[in-house]
Write a protein that binds this ligand. Structure first.
Ligand SMILES: *Cc1c(COP(=O)(O)O)cnc(C)c1O
Length: 382
């Protein structure tokens, strides 16, 4: 049985894995306690479950449990990291370095800081979507406090040389925030390999529930200091007040465990499907792959259908769920900032779409997608 429509937008969000949902369920009903309730068993049970999940998240990235701060998702983790560092390190300097292709959560956070007098250097990327670590090194000044760089781009799947960037940051005494939201579950790196001082994750991008994520924040060599964005009950060492989302956190922990065991199989399967799909579609002619094909997530393909606008392609394919650029900006009829930064013309950027595959994608679905896209392209080119 084919799902209708066929879902090819796993970079926007993923379904919750059955295993994840099962471990979450008791925490909605009989184990509903507030993890901050210290006086009774309901609270202890919830707190224990949160501790366990904290260990699972830490293990995936090679951190220790006390370095994990639970948030509502990657957007909140990014805001906490960028604004938290900017506030506490402002005596050292007010300069931040980011890639031009970062997620809006990063770009809009630094834009907000710019309105408060901070300076930002935007590092450009090549036509393959990758940046030159040398450009980062050259952008560092005595005022620089933070470098923000994503591990893998949500729109193109392009993987940045984060290991090198982390090394440069460390050698220059600048903190490094890595947005690893798209990486885990599809590939794998530890914070040691990345030399990350901070790193963000989101459960719903890796078969966990929406509304849960985490910020890893290094505890030693160096210890990263942050100021809180949200004040109140003092949860998460005072860095993120508010009653913990216990079912979400429990599910996130399980999703991390599954990512660690399944990522290789998932990567092999999705890359085989992705390659089959991509080759057949590129064979249509006047279709081009956006971004590096060498340094890329195994599940993502961003394709330029020259002369066919993304909106007309999407309209011609009601049987397929995919997107033009990112989910966050696809309501705004603006060409993708990621593709523009890679040197695409606004017209070509407007004719580009993203297909992202996942753990549940089947060969049958891919064959269906190939056939539908082929037909739609022939029809739209007439
Ligand atoms: C989805 C995504 C985010 C935002 O994550 P949320 O948990 O949905 O807030 C940030 N960065 C990247 C690269 C993403 O793909």
């Amino acid at each position: 049985m084919l799902n209708n429509p066929v879902y090819l937008d796993y970079n926007a969000t993923t379904p919750v894995a059955v295993e994840v949902m099962q471990v979450m369920l008791p925490y909605f009903t009989e184990k509903f306690g507030n993890a901050s309730s210290k006086t009774h068993a309901y609270g202890w049970v919830a707190a224990e479950a949160v501790d366990f999940a904290r260990g699972q998240v830490a293990e995936l990235i090679g951190a220790t449990a006390d370095e994990i701060i639970f948030t509502s998702g990657a957007t909140e983790a990014i805001n906490l990291a960028i604004k938290g560092v900017a506030e506490i390190y402002k005596k050292k300097g007010r300069h931040i370095i980011v890639a031009a292709t970062e997620h809006k959560a990063v770009l809009d956070s630094v834009a907000w800081l710019a309105s408060k007098g901070y300076k930002t250097s935007y590092i450009s990327v090549g036509t393959d979507g990758r940046l030159d670590p040398g450009d980062i090194e050259r952008a560092i000044t005595s005022e620089t406090i933070l470098i923000c760089m994503m591990a893998a781009n949500n729109e193109t799947g392009v993987i940045q040389p984060v290991e090198k960037i982390g090394e440069i940051a460390g050698n220059n005494g600048v903190l490094f925030l890595c947005d690893a939201t798209q990486l885990f579950g599809k590939s794998r790196l530890t914070i040691y390999e990345m030399h990350a001082d901070m790193l963000c994750l989101s459960a719903h991008k890796m078969y966990g529930p929406k509304g849960t994520g985490a910020l890893y924040c290094r505890r030693k060599n160096p210890k990263v200091k942050l100021t809180a964005l949200i004040h109140g009950g003092g949860q998460e060492k005072g860095l993120r007040s508010g009653t913990l989302n216990v079912p979400g956190i429990v599910g996130f922990g399980e999703a991390c465990k599954l990512a660690a065991t399944n990522w290789w199989d998932d990567a092999m399967k999705t890359s085989a499907h992705r390659t089959a799909f991509e080759q057949k579609i590129v064979d249509l002619g006047d279709v081009f792959i956006n971004g590096s094909v060498k340094y890329r997530l195994p599940n993502t393909t961003n394709l330029l259908f020259r002369g066919i606008s993304s909106s007309s392609l999407i309209r011609a394919l009601p049987g397929l769920s995919f997107s033009a650029g990112s989910a966050c900006s696809s309501l705004i009829p603006e060409p993708s900032h990621v593709l523009l930064a890679m040197g695409l013309s606004p017209a070509d950027a407007d004719c580009s779409v993203r297909f992202s595959l996942g753990r549940n994608t089947t060969e049958e679905e891919i064959n269906f997608a190939i056939e539908r896209v082929q037909k739609a392209v022939v029809m739209l080119r007439k």
